[in-house]
Design a protein around this ligand. Sequence first.
Ligand SMILES: [Zn+2]
Length: 254
Amino acid sequence: MTVKVYAMTCGWISGDFNLMMADAPGRIRFPVPAYLIDHPKGRVLFDSGLHPDIQTDMRGRAGDVMADLFEVEFRPGEEIEARLAALDIAADSIDYIVNSHLHWDHTGGNTLVANAKIIIQKKEWEAGHVPELIEQNLFNPADYNHGHQIQQIDGEHDLFGDGTVVTVPTYGHTPGHQSLKVKLASGDIILAADACYFRKTLEDMHLPNIVFDKVKMLESLKTLRRLQTAGARIFYGHDPEYWQAVPQAPLELT
Ligand SMILES: [Zn+2]
């Protein structure tokens, strides 16, 4: 069974580095990744980037807290629908969105992918509907409450039952964060998302300030380390240097 994977960039965000890596000085500018996984039995998106309204009205769409913390570079043509169209893929032909978690830069494009079933950890989906947890995690229900069919999973889930696309629970960044393991001909890759922002996060086990549960997040970094030691390649969630070396769609990841 062969699976094709494409990396896409749905804008760039800038903010204080210490949000992303505790005590790091200065600012950081980082990419917003999304991935298309083309499996013979279905098309899967891993995360959907930012909502297109962010292009014209960051404060109105994301709210004052986010607008004060982050600046965004996000132009027409960079939203998930356009990135897919550039691959000759209609957004409404996507079968599944695996959302790593509910943050705005991972679910904002869900609304553009109308027919997909959302695959999300039960813990995360539940947290996205509890007012205190919405506030604590800076979730925006407008990003994810669109009436999609929702499949809530608990831990590992083998999407096609053949071991090619498997969710890896990596809780901690948010209550029910998950990463995704994909089997390529060259070996396993792990799309870590925000379980691990940077290469250095994993090398130094260095947590960000944006974290829901530090103990669980460290456990998740250990899980990623274990997978890496076993030979998997880790794709970091928001690492601008690492991202430069990742081939962008229409090139396939190999
Ligand atoms: Zn993120």
